[in-house]
Unconditional design. Structure first.
Length: 139
């Protein structure tokens, strides 16, 4: 069995945003040489997420609006976590909603997606460098 590990790095200039990282994961898969197996892609930070969905701008806007209604950034005084001097409690909660990471099957050397599925990095407390782990195992 083969094993491959790589870290991807992201530094969004804004507080929040979504990046389609499917091309980067596909490049990792090609580098790994794995034809049948699994790929794990997960955020290595507690204020960002990796998830699968459609790459459609309206949907991304809807995610942003929905998440902000669920866990609004302001007023920051509403969150006990922010009593530590932080202002990112909402980012921790948004991460819980979209999750830490995803696992995708690899079939015939390709990511085995459903229709329209793509892998996204979701940032909820940006303006600093963060990393995503790509771990591939298989034959």
């Amino acid at each position: 069995m083969k094993s491959y590990r790589k870290e991807l790095f992201f530094d969004l200039p804004s507080r929040r945003g979504f990046i389609n990282i499917t091309p980067e994961v596909e490049k990792c898969l090609a580098e790994s040489g794995v034809k049948e197996g699994l790929v794990l892609v997960n955020s290595m930070h507690i204020t960002s997420s990796v998830f699968i969905n459609d790459d459609e701008a309206g949907l991304h806007h809807d995610f942003e609006a929905w998440l902000e209604r669920l866990a609004p950034h302001e007023p920051v005084s509403h969150y006990r976590h922010n009593d530590t001097g932080e202002d990112n409690a909402d980012a921790h909660l948004k991460r819980e909603v979209l999750g830490r990471g995803v696992v995708v099957a690899i079939t015939d050397g390709r990511l085995d997606f459903g229709t329209w599925e793509q892998i996204f990095y979701g940032e909820f407390d940006g303006r600093r460098r963060k990393r995503v782990l790509v771990k591939i195992i298989g034959e």
